[in-house]
Ligand binder design. Sequence first.
Ligand code: GLN
Length: 524
Amino acid sequence: MVKGHSAGKGLSDEKVIVVDFGGQYNQLVARRVRECNVYCEIYSYRTDIEQIKAMAPKGIILTGGPNSCYEKNAPTCTKELFELGIPVLGLCYGAQLMMHILGGKVEKALVKEYGKTEVAVDNESLLFKNVPQKTTCWMSHNDYISQIAPGFQISAHTADCPVAAAECSDKKLYAMQFHPEVLHTVEGTKMIHNFVRGVCGCAGSWRMDSFVEESVRYIREKVGDGKVLLALSGGVDSSVAAGLLSRAIGKQLTCVFVDHGLLRKNEGDEVEAVFGSNGDFNLNFIRVNAQERYYDKLAGVTDPESKRKIIGEEFIRVFEEEAKKIGAVDFLAQGTIYPDVVESGLGGESAVIKSHHNVGGLPDYVDFKEIIEPLRDLFKDEVRKAGLELGIPEKLVFRQPFPGPGLGIRIIGEVTAEKVRIVQDADAIYREEVAKARLDRSIGQYFAALTNMRSVGVMGDERTYDYAVALRAVNTVDFMTAESAEVPWEVLQTVMSRIINEVRGVNRVLYDLTSKPPGTIEFE
Ligand code: GLN
């Protein structure tokens, strides 16, 4: 079973593959490899060995995973994988499995390690080149390698774990109990670099511009003279997808932009300015103003999942109507990026976190032959790099991530046109002040939400009973985890006072301190 790939096979001659055993961080592994300027794709552990051989990867990385490799029916791979002469790096579960298959022993650990752990490097391993002898690594395991496989040598240990790393350098097989892909492993990036560039001998010529070029080539090849339909939301992802497809196939692409009345202030017009007929991109642009339809459908609905559903379904209706006008298309394009894939549980072997607007849904309703998801393997910051590469305006490329259901899930409780106005105005003030303070590039994501709480206040000596606006600002590397940002007090004060003064219907402003997990970045 092949997992998502963006540029497709055969386009990068130098490739490392990641074999997915269900670990939570496996896409981070791929990302670190790309950071070494080496192209990388992820495949399920169920992928046939012949298929792997046919790809002739320069290296193979086995990810972590929740199982214990000595248990019956635990995910596994063939011994042959270690005999191809291709360097293999096993991480955590992957390391344990390597030992287990090659004749070592894995058992339940007496002391489980979880979190930052000091690791002592024991030899001159190529993998630990330029890594200090003592270094902090991220551990997360219940089992341990109690005995290494014949021909292997221990190359690192911790206080509680005799085999933190082992290797058989002759055969270029490497095992690490910790997770170098996680940033808490201080020298992790270096270790992956040492593997990919050092052990595997990759030259590292892959760049984001290569991604764009390769994707353009791939899209042209795949689409031929077919027609492609893309639902453009105006967010970073679908905009970059639009830019990429436009570069590849021009007017064969039609973008349908549905203004559902749950966009940020002025956003509809901004999107039209870039992609519409007066903009710089060669494509067909259709804007549908469906505000009223959405407000009607959402009247009286308070449950978050129902709201999401209604917004999603209404989107499908509107989109379907437009698609009918266009007629049959060959491809439906989606701006799905990797975190969407993971959170929807489609990203391979890891667990489902939540249903996601970007994934699934449309396919049943539109007459098309195939889906095309050119950004499926990229993280947000990589998508942005690709966007700049494509000449998409910076304002759009660095725009805040924005959920498909839009303000619908930033308004807690019932959505009305009036509440949309409140949250739009409050959010516009917040964004304006953050930009004025020059924090707009340094904060990962920030927005205003409208709580469903009304409280008593006093304005102009009169009692008020109005809504509370919540301000959210988070810092995050990959949007999978996040911490609330320390927005300077003066900025918050200014935002608060402007919102109270300028936005009718608000008498209180709150700041949300919650990190993710346990919170999500959005409110509903
Ligand atoms: N399930 C294995 C263990 O507990 C591997 C864990 C992992 O890959 N993070 O040791």
